[in-house]
Design a protein. Structure first.
Length: 318
């Protein structure tokens, strides 16, 4: 009998502190107008000193477990997607496992920048389909504010912090209809962090050739979403929601146009969250489910593109 991964529950966490474009105007040569028209971002959440990507992941994971009505003891796989881990080791996933008192099971981090959640979801999907595990906790948690140079107006305005979590369960009915991941390292010099120092794992600021990244993102995502639909055996008019990685509203709208999907069918969080890297898709998913826009039986297309370059997608029947 075929086994599928179904979305059983979602959770999210955003730090309390909000940094608006107007706040940034006071410390940088930038404007709310520039940021809004170029990116769609109005504000972002910023992690506090005493928080970490593990503490944020813990809150999001507990909410996802509660919503899924699944006990932590039943989880058989933990994957945390992050490019801002606290330590080289133990992994964020193992630190989270301890906090949630999840019994022995595979637990590891995935580092694929903004496509990290797509990678984590794909791996969990494969393991559930292969009937290796029944319940998986898949998380994106990021402290991007600790990775940006707050003097660099071309990058710091883009990013925000937060965590999103999903619980997947094995089921006889789909579920995730298709998922895919890929990367092309030849573009590694268009978006990268400088060499780190010994103080912290992620103290190498982000460097980005923004307009080049923009163009390749739009092109790659257009192919990606077509392929995703093909793999799932769906037409674009059968899609109910696009749940994209939130890097730039113009990239997202270009992808939606390519799919001939109306803007009302996009779950957008970018205005309030900014780019939370691997956390952006699970946070958007959580938002769409919480406000009841996403309904049981509907078809969702998740897609992401990030440094590497890396990219990935999933088509889900909710
Ligand atoms: N405020 C005001 N002016 C600015 C700012 C700012 N914050 N930042 C840059 N500018 C200026 C530039 O200096 C430049 O000025 P010039 O024309 O005098 O030289 C001008 O604005 C245009 O700069 P561009 O970089 O060409 O602006 P662009 O329209 O490309 O927008 C942006 C920049 C928003 C970064 C866009 O290129 C983008 O979104 N790129 C993709 C980002 C992305 O998807 N990243 C992938 C995920 S991230 C990850 O994986 C971790």
């Amino acid at each position: 009998m075929n086994m599928y991964a179904r979305l059983a529950g979602t959770g999210g966490y955003l730090p309390q502190k909000i940094l608006t474009n107007h706040d940034l105007e006071k410390q940088l040569d930038t404007s709310d107008e520039w940021i809004t028209t170029r990116t769609g971002i109005k504000q972002r959440h910023i992690i506090s000193e005493d928080e970490s990507i593990v503490s944020m992941a813990e809150i999001a994971a507990k909410e996802a477990l509660k919503n899924a009505e699944v006990n932590a003891q039943d989880i058989g796989l933990i994957i945390v997607a992050t490019c801002t881990p606290e330590r080289a080791f133990p992994s964020s996933a193992c630190l989270l496992q301890e906090r949630l008192q999840i019994p022995a099971c595979p637990a590891f981090d995935v580092m694929a920048a903004c496509a990290g959640f797509s990678y984590a979801l794909h791996i969990a999907n494969q393991l559930i389909q292969a009937q290796q595990i029944r319940y998986a906790l898949v998380i994106g948690s990021e402290a991007m504010s600790r990775l940006v140079d707050w003097q660099d107006r071309s990058t710091c305005i883009l990013f925000g912090d937060g965590a999103g979590a999903v619980v997947l369960k094995a089921d006889n009915t789909p579920g995730i209809l298709a998922s895919q991941i890929s990367a092309d390292g030849q573009y590694s010099k268009l978006l990268y962090t400088e060499k780190g120092n010994n103080q912290a794992l992620y103290r190498g600021y982000i460097q980005m050739q923004g307009s080049e990244v923009f163009k390749i993102a739009v092109k790659t995502l257009s192919h990606l979403v077509e392929e995703a639909l093909h793999l799932a055996g769906l037409r674009s008019d059968q899609l109910d929601w696009l749940v994209p990685h939130q890097a730039n509203v113009r990239i997202i709208e270009a992808t939606a146009r390519h799919l001939k999907l109306s803007p009302e069918k996009i779950i957008l969080t970018i205005a309030e969250h900014g780019n939370t890297s691997a956390a952006s898709i699970p946070l958007a998913l959580h938002q769409g489910i919480c406000d009841k826009r996403i309904k049981p039986g509907q078809h969702l297309l998740l897609e992401s593109f990030g440094a590497g370059f890396t990219w990935g997608s999933a088509v889900i029947r909710y």
